[in-house]
Write a protein that binds this ligand. Structure first.
Ligand code: TRP
Ligand code: SF4
Length: 532
């Protein structure tokens, strides 16, 4: 990442971001240390959800997909046969290459697991952020779509679109844009007074892309498979999805508000005292316990809270003390965030059981948090709201370039295009950098460094396909010194040639499929000719 590239970490969550981490959607796609992304941005380790995925994809099994945000929601829907979706987008700035294939495969896999699948061409972004002309965009778009179809995307079940042609996406973007402002774009993306307006519009369009699967039919868990450089978009979209909601559902114990940590302490006090007052064996019946704020304050004053919430103790104490004799009773609270008057009325109506209505919020005493979330979503949708869930994401590692360093579309020898002549593909692999030792003798003695080897990556990310035995064999033979690079590369190069031959044959077959689709690849848009 060059020094001048603006940081894109939002700048608000931590005062001192680590020097080598920055996620820039339009910068160079490289990441210093993947582990830093967890702490720095709150991306979670994929390992943590891997066990919830039935029959995981090989990219998940091999750690190529390393991180996620809330993928548990998608895994759960998948396991329970509930609706879910997968969507990703591609900027048509050049030929699709083996890095894009990872994402194509991820979309297709989710489609085969029963998800609604979406693939989009980010043409507005390519035109505004990369200065591509519409003619160039048309040609590249065609190539992306052909490869996606050739790899098995089912276009009858799923949906392919280009941003410029999707009116619903643009309308959604307009709506979402009314909840975002320039300062935020400045903080997230490093935009400044020089940033062109259409580039900003393309960002808001991407947030609409990400939520589009939930607009088409109903709100549902949606996974966005992307490289970690796209995480700023995911974070922004997760925020906007919340900001457009009609109601905010929280849990409370009395008239005052609590933050999450304070709530944990008040709950501890309530549980201790309510259990006492209801007798040891009796079920806790909220209506019959008689715990008052001041009692809870007294209890809490002597309580030693867990370290993680200890800072919240004095705040919780203040609130409980000023609550005085007000009874403490658990409840869910609905705040009116963006609702129309009718929607707020309808919500009050829809809350079952005991409730209390206040200016701008409703307290419900007989609903669980989950039930309350569903009621809020249903009322919102019935009253022309979106009812979005926050989108989920998964992140894959970037492939190392064949020449070492990063894979870059401007260095042809560093990557393999899906349109490369199979012989060129063969040659590029034969010429690739390896993790091998200087001499065969050393290699036999010390073993190769498969973890540092772009050729090993080719096996793991692509050439071995679903065959874990092959990756394991290559790996162990390499590190044990039983495998020499010449033969290893020959094998990989042949597999690459076969893959490209096969893929290109399938692309030809896909031509017809593509022509039958309702997607305009000969746009008559006028505009500027591109920056060269
Ligand atoms: N910004 C993405 C890229 O640079 C393309 C994109 C547009 C996208 N809309 C999207 C990716 C929605 C994922 C989801 O390639
Ligand atoms: Fe890489 Fe294969 Fe050489 Fe090992 S033997 S370093 S995997 S090329």
């Amino acid at each position: 990442m060059d020094e001048d590239t603006p940081r894109t970490d939002g700048g608000t969550e931590r005062a001192e971001p680590a020097e080598d981490v920055a996620l820039d959607p339009w910068g160079s796609a490289s990441v210093g240390d993947y582990a830093d992304l967890f702490e720095e941005f709150g991306i979670e380790a994929f390992d943590d959800v891997a066990d919830d995925v039935t029959d995981p994809h090989y990219l998940m099994r091999r750690g190529v997909i390393f991180g996620h945000r809330e993928y548990d929601a998608v895994a759960e829907a998948m396991a329970n046969d509930e609706p879910f979706a997968a969507l990703s987008g591609f900027m048509p700035t050049g030929d699709p290459h083996i890095g894009h294939k990872l994402v194509f495969d991820e979309i297709i896999w989710h489609q085969r697991q029963g998800g609604d699948a979406f693939g989009l061409i980010a043409d507005l972004e390519a035109h505004s952020a990369r200065g591509m002309s519409w003619d160039e965009i048309d040609e590249h778009a065609r190539n992306y779509l052909l490869s996606l179809l050739a790899l098995g995307f089912d276009a009858e079940e799923g949906e392919l679109y280009r941003q410029s042609d999707n009116r619903e996406v643009q309308d959604l973007g307009f709506e979402l844009g009314s909840k975002a402002n320039f300062s935020e774009f400045e903080a997230i993306y490093g935009f400044d007074g020089e940033t062109n307006i259409s580039h900003m519009q393309s960002v808001i369009t991407q947030t609409a892309d990400i939520l589009y699967p939930q607009l088409v039919d109903e709100p549902k868990p949606t996974v966005i498979p992307v490289g970690p450089d796209q995480d700023p978009h995911v974070r922004l979209t997760r925020d906007l999805a919340t900001r457009v909601r009609y109601f905010k559902v929280t849990e409370a114990f009395a008239s005052f508000e609590l933050d999450d940590d304070e709530r944990q302490l008040v709950r501890a006090a309530y549980d201790a005292l309510a259990a006492g007052s209801a007798g040891d064996d009796a079920e806790i019946d909220d209506a019959e316990t008689d715990v008052r704020c001041e009692d809870a304050a007294e209890w809490l004053a002597d309580y030693e809270p867990p370290e993680s919430v200890s800072e919240a103790k004095s705040g919780a104490l203040d609130k409980l003390r000023s609550g005085g004799k007000e009874p403490l009773r658990p409840r869910v609270r609905f705040f009116d965030r963006n609702a129309t008057e009718e929607a707020f009325e309808a919500l009050i109506e829809a809350v079952d059981g005991e409730k209390r209505v206040f200016e701008g919020h409703v307290d419900a005493f007989e609903l669980t948090r989950g039930e309350a979330e569903s009621v809020a979503r249903e009322v919102e949708i019935d009253h022309d709201g979106f009812g979005f869930r926050q989108p989920s994401s998964i992140y894959h590692r970037f492939m190392t370039g064949l020449t070492g360093g990063k894979m870059s579309s401007s260095v042809p020898a560093s990557h393999i295009s899906l349109l490369d002549d199979p012989e060129d593909g063969y040659d590029k692999v034969r010429a690739a950098t390896t993790g091998g030792r200087d001499t065969a003798e050393e290699q036999r003695e010390l073993g190769g460094e498969a973890d540092e080897c772009p050729v090993y990556e080719l096996y793991a990310y692509l050439l071995a396909g679903d065959d874990d035995e092959l990756t394991k064999t290559v790996y162990s033979e390499c590190v044990n010194g039983e495998r020499l690079c010449g033969g290893c590369k020959e094998q990989a190069a042949e597999l690459m040639r076969e893959f490209l031959e096969d893929h290109q044959e399938k692309r030809e077959e896909a031509e017809e499929l593509l022509d039958d689709l309702d997607i305009d690849l000969d746009s008559d848009r006028r505009g500027t000719g591109g920056e060269h």
